[in-house]
Design a protein around this ligand. Structure first.
Ligand code: GUN
Length: 296
């Protein structure tokens, strides 16, 4: 079977053209969109993600402020930083990079973010608005995957979409978006996770399989229906003695094993990752646009 690659790098390029136009309009009104990212501790994967966000902001002309805090910071100190960001007129949106150290209550921190600046769409108010179909922001990865499907011409209407993983960041909001009424939704959605029984039996029923479980190369050919569309959200670094670095990035899906069996698949890297950052940038620009409307 011929399998097409769904490349987030290509799809996001078109969206960035639209975002650049919106940034130019904001600048004409004297507004430079501003994003802050707070990173607590020095988790290597989080550092890579935060640097990628900073680089994209610089490319687009979004002001960015990266705030690095020690992993022994107190919850009170972090909450006071959040209060400052909530009040900072130059920052239209900000995010707290997760995971946070164990001594910090992540829910308490997320609840303290001003929902109008919550460009990750993690605050319960924004999650609730998304769930009822009245969103301000879309969560970065699920929103990015939805755009990816729409812009690749892959209809979700009436399809059976199986989401593998139930995290607050990907699995749960992904399922919510896919079942929403309208373009990029209208699907029949099943969510499977680590406690699901007969997982392969269910994944084999998927017309579109969206995988986010953080297990390298977990999904194999025998778990997938022939001709299915595969969206691989996973990013895992594994040892590879053949690569110059001794490691390489792979998804949660065994790409080489299934590529001749499916109709379309996202590569890792270059698939979902670029779409995630793109949705975040879209949210920052939206936050800046809404800040102007609020002043009128
Ligand atoms: N950690 C893993 N993914 C994300 C994300 O999208 N946003 C934040 N803030 N932290 C993350």
């Amino acid at each position: 079977m011929t399998c097409s690659l769904i490349k987030g790098t290509d799809i996001s390029a078109g969206i960035y053209d639209e975002i650049r136009d919106r940034i130019a309009k904001l600048r004409e009104c004297g507004v430079v969109p501003g994003l802050a990212a707070v990173m607590v501790g020095n988790d290597p994967a989080s550092q890579v993600y935060v640097k990628a966000k900073e680089k994209k902001c610089a490319e687009l002309g979004i002001r960015s402020e990266m705030i690095y805090l020690s992993d022994n910071i107190t919850e009170e100190h972090l909450l006071s930083k959040i209060k400052q960001l909530n009040e900072d007129k130059m920052i239209h949106g900000y995010l707290i990079q997760l995971p946070l150290p164990d001594h910090i209550d992540t829910d308490k921190i997320i609840n303290a973010i001003d929902p109008k600046k919550d460009v990750d769409c993690f605050h319960p108010e924004n999650v609730g608005r998304m769930l009822v179909g009245d969103h301000v922001f879309l969560p970065a990865t699920p929103g990015g995957v939805q755009q990816m499907l729409i812009r690749s011409g892959i209809s979700t209407e009436g399809k059976h979409i199986v989401v593998v993983g139930r995290s607050n960041i990907v699995g749960k909001p992904m399922a919510a978006l896919m079942m929403q009424r309208g373009i990029g939704g209208d699907a029949t959605v099943t969510v499977v996770h680590s406690k699901s029984k007969n997982l392969s039996e269910i994944t084999r029923q998927a017309d579109i399989l969206i995988v986010s479980i953080g297990k390298p190369l977990y999904i194999k050919k025998d778990m997938v229906k022939e001709g299915a569309v595969i969206i691989d959200v996973g990013v895992n670094r594994i040892d590879d003695p053949d690569s110059p670095k001794g490691t390489r990035l792979v998804g949660d899906v065994d790409f080489d094993d299934i590529k001749d069996h499916v109709s379309a698949i996202t590569p890792v890297p270059g698939g979902v990752g670029p779409m995630t950052i793109c949705t975040l940038m879209d949210n920052v620009v939206k936050a800046a646009e809404l800040s102007i409307q609020a002043q009128k």
